[in-house]
Design a protein around this ligand. Structure first.
Ligand SMILES: C[S@@+](CC[C@H](N)C(=O)[O-])C[C@H]1O[C@@H](n2cnc3c(N)ncnc32)[C@H](O)[C@@H]1O
Length: 626
């Protein structure tokens, strides 16, 4: 059972957040057998006194309330951290919490990151076994001392020959919050801990959480781990704060500390990634739970280069979107080994529990500027390479841009059809695959925007929806596009493609809407934001440059008729244009359709299985309109 929000808030209302957390800590201690049964208030007070002595003040984290509260709260083993998160959320409010980047990590995720750090990092199995043996024997020795009859002389020490304390790996969380990662490391046998955080209350909760896990060998310091220096660790584990840094002064300061952050928006977590390796000894491991956008962002090339200079990238594992409170944030476990690291290593890559293709350090170095596309199996890599080999980048063939940013939509956008002489606006909400379903919008007060309007008016464009956060089904297209007529202007919830050759433009609409390109795009990025920088790199088959008409006609027919069945014919043409062999077509289809693969694969045009069919021939068979 998890800590229910309402009873917790009632408890906090009655005895304050600190009092509530202390009571919960005692209840967890009772549950774990660290105290006897707490039947009444005097049992609670007595347990608090005893635990306080045995844990040197770690438990309970704050003094108990003066009186027994009326409110009750049910607990499980993780309730202390959960309760701390709920109460911090209440104190900071949703916005303040986002600004401070305070989200505590659920147990299973922290356990997984720690397990990956031990599997792929530099702490050896021998060190972990030594740490476990030391803990076991220490516990046994303490029990013998405690249980020996009064007056009996000291029993011989069991601890001879065991690893010295200083040989046991030191685990650091430099943004420790309520201690989820240090507790996970303790569960894995690493029980020498150091914690740093800006928030003194969070550190008290972390200290209590570690004490509940039986860890008393821990140091806690309040500080800014981007600037201050906690003890140099053998293993760093952390979920640092995320989110853009709003404060201009802090941005300047961080750009001075970490020069590779210069030149764009600064995300807090990237500063923490850059700082992490400096907080472990050379050869030590840093394992972080971070958003994965730094791998593919065009602007993050210098960050990727700096990471490679400081560390071997031992593992990258896609963990999806595990945070209920930040549901669009996709995260990864990133395991780095500080250089010099003893040996160069290839990067282990995973997606949840699935093992993907390993990536060499050379490849990471060669692609650091362009972006790392690592979440791929061997077959998916082969598919992408085959598509690239037959292509030129989209950015070489057409203008790829953002829609118009008004800077103030309430001022500039009115929800009504335009009158004579006014300009109609299109947003992401208006785009269905291949066509518009326009919810009329009109531009008001165009004065300050006239230059931006000029760039678009009078030009037919392909409009691609920019944000696809709501797409859940595996086969949902992330590139959802339609043709926009010359008299409408696209807003910035849209990315646009433009070229003067109208056939080419229609063919590009068919291409970006195809299964092949959607698959390619999803393998290239996990970012739901379809940015022009990524669009520019999409592959366009060279054969389409020679003759775009067959695909253009078919796409026009699909757009005009609304007949979704034509999409499979478009897909057939696109596969042909890339000259993909059957097995790579299967790879693209399987990845895109998931459970619908067999059914959908049969719906590809029969010419697909005729290796001699030419692009034009396929279009001809499909009854191309003249
Ligand atoms: C996302 S929370 C994660 C906490 C914890 N590591 C966990 O996974 O549950 C980030 C924590 O970093 C702390 N923090 C933010 N900036 C920091 C800084 N510059 N130095 C130290 N701690 C920081 C916040 O107070 C917060 O507790």
């Amino acid at each position: 059972m998890t800590t229910a929000r309402e009873p917790l808030l009632a408890l906090a209302q009655e005895c304050g957040a600190h009092g509530a957390l202390s009571l919960i800590a005692l209840r967890v201690a009772e549950r774990r057998g660290l105290t006897g049964r707490l039947r009444n208030w005097s049992d609670v007070l007595a347990a608090a006194r005893t635990l306080n002595l045995c844990t040197s003040g770690a438990l309970p984290p704050w003094p108990l309330p003066q009186r027994q509260p009326l409110a009750e709260c049910t607990v499980d083993d993780d309730s202390l951290t959960e309760a701390a998160e709920i109460l911090v959320g209440q104190r900071l409010g949703a916005q303040g919490r986002r600004r401070a980047g305070v989200y505590y990590t659920p147990r299973e995720i922290a356990d997984r990151v720690v397990a990956l750090s031990l599997q792929h990092g530099s702490i050896s199995g021998k060190q972990i076994r030594a740490a476990l043996a030391r803990e076991r024997i220490k516990g046994e020795s303490e029990r013998i001392h405690r249980d020996r009859p009064l007056g009996e002389s000291d029993p011989p020490s069991l601890e001879k020959g065991l690893a010295k304390r200083s040989d046991i790996p030191l685990v650091l969380d430099p943004c420790a919050g309520a201690g989820a990662f240090l507790v996970a490391a303790a569960r894995a046998g690493l029980r020498r801990s150091a914690a740093m955080d800006l928030d003194a209350d969070a550190l008290r909760v972390a200290r209590a959480a570690l004490a509940l896990e039986g860890v008393l060998d821990a140091s806690f310091s309040r500080g800014d781990s981007l600037r201050d220096s906690p003890p140099l660790a053998d293993l760093l584990v952390s979920n640092p704060p995320y989110g853009h840094l709003d404060d201009p002064q802090e941005r300047v300061a961080l750009a001075l500390l970490f020069p590779s952050l210069r030149g764009g928006e600064i995300d807090r977590y990237t500063a923490c990634v850059l700082r992490a390796t400096a907080l472990v000894r050379p050869g030590g491991t840093a394992a972080l739970l971070v958003p994965d956008t730094w791998m593919s962002n065009a602007r993050s090339g210098s960050i990727r280069a700096a990471v490679l200079e400081a560390a071997e990238v031992a593992a990258i594992v896609d963990l999806g979107k595990p945070f209920a409170a930040a549901k669009d944030t996709r995260v990864q476990a990133l395991v780095l080994v500080r250089r010099p690291a003893g040996r160069a290593r290839a990067t282990f890559v995973g997606r949840h529990r699935e093992v993907l293709a390993t990536v060499s350090r050379d490849e990471l170095q060669q692609t650091a500027r362009r972006g790392w596309q690592v979440y791929r199996s061997n077959a998916e890599r082969t598919l992408m390479m085959a598509m690239e080999a037959a292509s030129v980048p989209l950015g070489d063939l057409c203008e790829v841009g953002y829609g118009m940013r008004t800077g103030n939509n309430p001022r500039h956008v009115e929800r009504r059809p335009p009158e004579r002489g006014e300009i109609g606006l299109v947003g992401g909400e208006d785009i269905l695959p291949f066509a518009l379903r326009w919810k009329p919008k009109t531009l008001c007060d165009e004065g300050p925007l006239s230059r931006l309007i000029e760039r678009q008016l009078g030009r037919e464009r392909v409009a691609i929806q920019r944000i696809r956060t709501n797409a859940q089904a595996p086969w949902a297209r992330w590139l959802e596009a339609a043709m926009v007529p010359r008299e409408l202007v696209c807003l910035d919830s849209i990315s646009t493609l433009f070229c003067t050759d109208v056939d080419r433009l229609w063919a590009l609409l068919g291409l970006v809407s195809s299964v092949a390109l959607n698959r390619y795009h999803r393998l290239r990025t996990t970012d739901v934001n379809v940015k022009p920088a990524l669009l520019r790199d999409l592959p366009v088959p060279r054969s389409l440059l020679e003759d775009a008409r067959p695909l253009a006609r078919l796409t026009q027919k699909r757009a005009a008729s609304g007949d979704a069945a034509l999409e499979r014919a478009i897909d057939t043409l696109v596969y042909r244009a890339f000259e993909l062999p059957e097995e790579l077509v299967d790879e693209a289809e399987r990845g895109f359709w998931g459970t619908r693969f067999l059914e959908e694969r049969q719906r590809l045009h029969p010419a697909m299985s005729d290796p001699r069919a030419r692009v034009v021939g396929v279009a001809g068979n499909l009854g191309e309109p003249h």
